[in-house]
Write a protein that binds this ligand. Structure first.
Ligand code: DLL
Length: 439
C-alpha cells in the first residue's frame, strides 16, 4: 500500500510550453520555421535544388501563412535520396536511425541527433501524461522494437515521464499475458487491434481482461474508431486514448489525447506546424474544421528537417481544449492510399468498422476483400460473429450490416459472417484490405 502512496505523490509537472497561449505558440512557430527553412536550405542540397527550381528562398517567409509558397515533401523524396540524402547534419551527429518498410518500394530512412531524441522523448512523455499515465506507474510497452519507431519511441517517452517500462515489444501474445498477470502494469502501449488480440487471447485462456491491473491504454499507429475505443474500454475496463505520429515527422508523440476529454489528439505545435490540404486540390490550404490531408512541417528537428510533409492521412484541425494553444486533430478517417473506390464510391475501412460495431452479433474482427469478377469491382466484408451469436443472429446481422453500408456508405457489398477465430489476428498494424482484383 505504502508503495502506491509514495508513487502517488511523485511530481508530474507540465512543460511550460504546454500551457502557452495561441499567440505565444504562433510567435515561437514563426521563429522556428525561419530557422528550419534556412537549416534545410543550407544543409540539404535536395531542398536547395527544389527551392531554387521553384523560385523560392527561406527569406521569402515573413509570416506563417507564407509557408504555403514552399513545395511539398513526399515519401518519394526520401526514397529518391535513400538512405541519408535528406539528412542535414554530418553522419557522426546522427545518433539513431529508424526506417519504415512500407508495402511498396524502398524503405524510408529517418535519423535523429541527441537533441532530436531528447525532444522526441519529451513530446512522447507529454502525450502519456495527457492520457493519464503517471510517474511511478508500470508501463507495458507492446509496440514493436527495432526499426519501427513505435517501440523505442514509446519506451523513451515512458522513461522520460518517470515510469517503470516493461519493454515487451509486439508478438508472443501468451507471454504478453503472463507478464501482464505477473508484473501488474498500470498502463499498456500498443496498437488498438493488438490490444484486441490480447483481450481475445485472454478470454480464450479463461482469463477476464477486466480483472487485470491495467487502467490506461495509449493506442495508435493505425486508424481506429470511437466504436473501437468503446469496445476496448469495455473489454478491459480501462481508459483508452489516442497517440499519433509518423516516422518521417518524428515517430509516436507528434500528438496525444487527454484522458479527461477524449476529444482527439493535441498536436505539439511548438515543434510541428500542421496544415490541412484540400484532398482534391493540393494548392488549397483549408481553414480549421474542414476535412482534408494533414501536412506537417517540423520546427526543431536537426537531423531530418521536414517541410510540408504530405502524410496522406485524412482529418481536420480543431481548436485546442486541454492544451488551449495547441490545435487538436480529429480522428484519422483513413489514409488516402487506403481508400477503396468501389464502383465510384469512396470508402475507408474505418467506416466499415464503425458500422460493424453497431451490430451486436458481430465482432470487431473483419477483413475487406476486393475482387473483380466479370470486370465489376466487388467488395466482400468478412467478419467474425461474436462467440454467443446464434446462426439466426448471424443471418440477421449480415442483412443489417449490408443495409447500414448501403445507407451510410452508398455501396452494395457481400457480407460473409465467419466463425470466431477464423480471421488473422493483429500483431501490430493490422492489414484490413485484401485486394485480389489483379490476381
Ligand atoms: O506508426 C508511429 C507510431 C507508433 C504512432 C506508435 C503511434 C504509436 P509509421 O510507421 O511511420 O509511424 O506510420 C505512420 O500510421 O501516417 C498514420 O497513417 C498511421 N497512424 C499513426 N498513428 C495513428 C493514429 C507510426 N493514432 C502512419 N490514428 C501515419 C490513425 C495513425 N492512424
Amino acid at each position: 500500500m505504502s508503495q502506491n502512496t509514495d508513487r502517488d505523490s511523485l511530481p508530474n509537472p507540465l512543460d511550460p510550453e504546454e500551457m502557452m497561449s495561441r499567440d505565444e505558440i504562433e510567435s515561437i512557430q514563426l521563429t522556428r520555421l525561419k530557422e528550419t527553412l534556412h537549416h534545410a536550405y543550407n544543409n540539404v542540397p535536395y531542398y536547395k535544388e527544389k527551392y531554387d527550381n521553384a523560385g523560392v528562398h527561406p527569406n521569402d517567409l515573413k509570416v506563417l501563412d507564407d509557408l504555403k509558397i514552399f513545395p511539398f515533401t513526399e515519401k518519394e523524396d526520401l526514397r529518391k535520396t535513400y538512405p541519408f540524402g535528406m539528412f542535414a547534419v554530418p553522419q557522426h551527429e546522427v545518433v539513431r536511425i529508424h526506417a519504415s518498410s512500407g508495402t511498396t518500394g524502398r524503405a524510408t530512412v529517418v535519423g535523429y541527433t541527441q537533441q532530436d531524441l531528447d525532444d522526441w522523448a519529451k513530446l512522447g512523455a507529454r502525450c502519456l501524461r495527457l492520457s493519464g499515465v503517471k510517474p511511478g506507474w508500470k508501463v507495458h510497452n507492446a509496440y514493436g522494437y527495432g526499426l519501427f519507431t513505435g517501440g523505442l519511441g514509446a519506451h523513451a517517452a515512458a522513461e522520460r515521464l518517470g515510469t517503470t517500462v516493461i519493454p515487451m515489444s509486439g508478438g508472443q501474445t501468451e507471454k504478453q499475458i503472463t507478464l501482464i498477470k505477473d508484473f501488474a502494469p498500470d498502463a499498456i502501449l500498443c496498437t488498438p487491434t493488438y490490444l484486441l488480440t490480447i483481450g481475445d487471447a485472454m478470454q480464450r485462456m479463461g482469463l477476464d481482461p477486466r480483472a487485470t491491473s491495467l487502467k490506461v491504454a495509449v493506442l495508435g499507429a493505425e486508424p481506429w474508431t470511437e466504436e473501437m475505443r468503446h469496445e476496448l474500454e469495455e473489454m478491459f475496463d480501462i481508459d483508452a486514448c489516442d497517440i499519433y505520429g509518423l516516422s518521417e515527422v518524428m515517430g509516436p508523440g507528434v500528438a496525444g489525447e487527454s484522458n479527461d476529454r477524449k476529444d482527439g489528439s493535441h498536436i505539439w505545435e511548438d515543434h510541428f506546424r500542421p496544415e490541412i490540404l484540400d484532398a482534391f486540390d493540393e494548392t488549397k490550404v483549408l481553414p480549421d474544421g474542414e476535412h482534408g490531408e494533414l501536412v506537417f512541417t517540423s520546427l526543431t528537428k536537426q537531423a531530418l528537417p521536414i517541410i510540408r510533409y504530405r502524410t496522406h492521412d485524412l482529418t481536420r484541425l480543431l481548436p485546442g481544449t486541454s492544451r488551449p494553444g495547441h490545435r487538436r486533430m480529429g480522428r484519422i478517417t483513413g489514409r488516402s492510399d487506403d481508400m477503396i473506390i468501389l464502383r465510384g464510391v469512396n470508402l475507408f475501412p474505418s467506416q466499415i468498422e464503425e458500422l460493424i460495431l453497431k451490430v451486436p452479433a458481430l465482432s470487431p474482427h473483419f477483413q475487406l476483400v476486393l475482387t473483380r469478377p466479370d470486370r465489376m469491382d466487388q467488395l466482400a466484408v468478412k467478419v467474425e460473429r461474436r462467440a454467443d451469436a446464434s446462426s439466426e443472429d448471424c443471418v440477421n446481422a449480415a442483412k443489417q450490416l449490408a443495409k447500414l453500408i448501403k445507407i451510410h456508405v452508398g455501396s452494395s457489398c457481400a457480407i460473409d459472417v465467419v466463425e470466431p477465430e477464423s480471421l488473422e489476428r493483429s500483431m501490430g498494424k493490422l492489414k484490413r484490405i485484401y485486394d485480389l482484383r489483379n490476381n
